[in-house]
Design a protein around this ligand. Structure first.
Ligand code: 7N6
Length: 296
């Protein structure tokens, strides 16, 4: 996708660690998922690392900064893909498709109780590209929405907008049927959904995490699931990741786990390539260009 957009450039594709080490030596502009210290050492000419993820917390940002490497992220590319994933997760719990699938596997024609999304309250934590796309997609379902962001005074696409601190957040948790986490991992959001939050949340609520695993205190979530303090959880991200085979989270019927998969669609790579190609052109144009999605 990047080659198509930059036909006048040489694009080297490194598929193995050996190819990476080889290509990195002369590379000035690199895009990829991750970057470690060893690669950084070998990357003598590196000027820009265009990270293919929206989140850059996994990168050695201090060292990249020391080396004067500009870093960009993929923020903004995860609207439709993750928005649809979240709607699917919500509707799975609402309509209980997993129960239907179990009946079908057993060729069992027996009714089960489903619920309606209409009239529920959905809280969306983080009103960036993902949060907005979730809200847009919820629009026709007739739900009440609460948005949580650092700067509630800016408003947002939800019926109510609140901040992270204080009573407003607890009050929202207590009223929430679906809690969608779509925020970056920061000092504020790390462990946001801890034991206290899980005690406060409506016991019929479903947690949907498409943010980062550590936004949820995993041990507290396991305890809450065991005590039925929460109806269920749909987790595209976990802490740790990958989730070890023996982890208790795998054992719950009311937990849906997808392997950090919500973003992976062909369209994501196209949207990503748009950003990378545009930044490469800006980089061609000047010595200290201002790049789109620049984090360093
Ligand atoms: C891989 C996406 C991000 O930060 O968590 C995602 O962009 C990874 C398709």
């Amino acid at each position: 996708a990047i080659r198509e957009r930059l036909p006048d450039h040489t694009v080297a594709l490194a598929r193995t660690p050996a190819e990476e080490r080889d290509a990195i030596r002369d590379a000035r502009f690199v895009t990829g998922m991750t970057f470690d210290d060893e690669l950084l050492e070998a990357a003598e000419n590196l000027a820009v690392f265009a990270c293919a993820y929206a989140g850059t917390g996994h990168l050695p940002l201090d060292r990249l900064e020391e080396r004067g490497v500009a870093v960009t992220n993929a923020s903004g590319v995860h609207g439709p893909n993750i928005g649809e994933h979240v709607l699917g997760a919500i509707l799975r719990f609402t309509r209980r498709f997993h129960v239907g699938a179990r009946r079908q596997r057993r060729r069992e024609w027996r009714h089960y109780k489903a619920t309606e999304l209409q009239g529920s309250t959905v809280t969306v934590v983080g009103l960036g590209a993902i949060g907005k796309s979730v809200c847009e997609r919820l629009e026709p379902f007739g739900v009440d929405t609460i948005g949580v962001r650092y700067t509630p005074e800016k408003g947002g696409p939800t019926d109510e907008v609140i901040g992270f601190e204080g009573e407003a957040f607890d009050d929202a948790l207590a009223r929430t049927d679906y809690l969608v986490l779509a925020c970056p991992l920061t000092e504020t959001t790390r462990g946001l959904i801890d034991r206290e939050a899980l005690v406060t949340i409506d016991p019929e609520a479903v947690l949907v995490n498409v943010a980062r695993g550590p936004v949820v205190d995993t041990d507290a979530l396991v305890a809450a699931l065991r005590s039925n303090w929460i109806r269920g959880a749909s987790l595209d991200v976990t802490d740790p990741e990958p989730l070890p085979e023996e982890h208790p989270l795998w054992t719950f019927e009311n937990v849906q786990i997808t392997p950090h998969n919500a973003g992976h669609t062909p369209n994501y790579y196209d949207r990503l390539a748009d950003i990378v190609a545009e930044n490469r052109r800006r980089f061609d144009d000047g010595d200290s260009p201002s790049l789109r999605n620049q984090v360093l």
